[in-house]
Design a protein around this ligand. Structure first.
Ligand code: ATP
Ligand code: MG
Ligand code: FE
Length: 347
């Protein structure tokens, strides 16, 4: 089965074609980062309009790359939530309409299920059951995964998401927008032992997270170092290193706790922050000591992309699931309301 996947939940337009027999055939991505940079955050109306401009050219591009025509496809999958309503509507309307035109089924994909399954696109994918750490711009969640659609939420952030915390800390350090990757880069040149940032909530039992205190701590440290002047580059790098270390340490502690609690040996990390090298390395080291393994997607498939939507959609279409003709999006959509592949548990 060949499935076209469309992602338009936020500020990336992603399109891909996944073939259940041959794997990923083609993918293309357009990032709107430059469009929103002046505003220091995503402007929803500008995002929707840009998806309208970019979606069809990207679809033509992936069809050409895969040397296929629309009529060669067996289904269309689009992100239906969670995300920005207007942005989601663009992908959902286009996806639903094209599927109708081609006479093939359409499927509404949950964006976080897309992230969660992205490591399945790599060689040597994880086997169920596993623990998933979803760490993105809008989510920080630990999930027990027993199969596609069989998700049990074990813990989540009570305030900011990990990626959001990275972006806000980066902004305080004048590292641009969105600053997660730049903060990670600055951290590489920093002295990680100079400051010790708090590890929020690690001394309490449970698997929830909180990152807002870390944000305040970062702000105060920046203010102390800067005084009345500008922040020196060494200070900036040292703060970045201490911030990253605190996040990586906190995430690692909770992942180990979740693996132990559920008696599992496989961990999947997904979402933008799973691209972070320090996090990957730390988890690899720590999991090796308990004979457990960590799985993640290639860098480009950690952040938003069409491939993960095509893959997730393909699995559900293969199981016979599909949507009616109505175009529906769910800007808020709890992941544990998803049906499994047998159709059980949907809400
Ligand atoms: P969600 O998936 O929750 O709806 P989103 O789609 O905006 O949110 P993603 O695209 O998965 O989020 O990830 C983007 C986030 O990942 C940003 O906050 C970005 O700063 C962060 N990020 C990307 N690369 C890195 C990195 N190397 N280190 C730390 N953070 C990173
Ligand atoms: Mg983005
Ligand atoms: Fe995302």
């Amino acid at each position: 089965m060949r499935v076209l996947g469309l992602e338009s939940s936020c500020d990336e337009t992603g399109v891909a074609i996944y073939d259940s027999e041959r794997g990923l055939l083609a993918d293309a991505l357009y990032s709107q980062v430059a469009l929103h940079a002046d505003y220091g955050g995503v402007v929803p109306e500008l995002a929707s309009r840009d998806h309208v401009r970019k979606l069809l050219p990207l679809i033509r591009e992936v069809l050409a790359k895969a040397q296929l025509q629309g009529s060669d496809l067996d289904g269309v999958a689009y992100t239906a939530g969670p995300g920005l309503a207007g942005a989601l509507m663009v992908g959902a309307c286009a996806g639903r309409a094209m599927a109708y035109g081609w006479g093939v089924p359409a499927l509404a994909v949950h964006h976080m299920e897309g992230h969660l399954l992205a490591p399945m696109l790599e060689g040597n994918p994880p086997e169920f059951p596993f623990i998933a750490l979803l760490v993105s711009g809008g989510h920080t969640q630990l999930v027990r995964v027993d199969g596609i659609g069989q998700y049990r939420m074990l813990g989540e952030s009570l305030d900011d998401a990990a990626g959001e915390a990275f972006d806000k800390a980066a902004k305080m350090l004048n590292l641009g927008y969105p600053g997660g990757p730049q903060l990670a880069l600055a951290a590489e040149s920093g002295d990680v032992s100079r400051f010790t940032f708090p590890r929020p909530m690690v001394n309490r039992p449970g698997l929830d997270f909180s990152f807002s205190g870390l944000k305040t701590y970062t702000m105060n440290t920046v203010a102390e170092c800067r005084g009345d002047g500008v922040l020196a580059e060494t200070d900036r790098n040292d703060i970045a290193a201490a911030f990253q270390e605190a996040v990586v340490d906190t995430l690692t502690i909770k992942c180990l706790r979740a693996l132990k609690q559920e008696q599992l040996k496989s961990l999947v990390i997904a979402g933008g922050v799973s691209a972070n090298r320090a996090l990957r390395t730390r988890l690899e080291q720590r999991l090796a000591t308990i004979s457990a393994r960590v799985f993640y997607a290639r860098q480009a498939f950690c952040t938003d992309n069409g491939a993960m939507i095509a893959y997730a959609g393909c699995q559900r279409l293969l199981a016979g699931q599909s949507e009616g003709l109505a175009v529906q999006v769910r800007p808020r959509w709890p992941m544990d309301e998803l049906a499994d592949l047998q159709g059980n548990g949907g809400a």
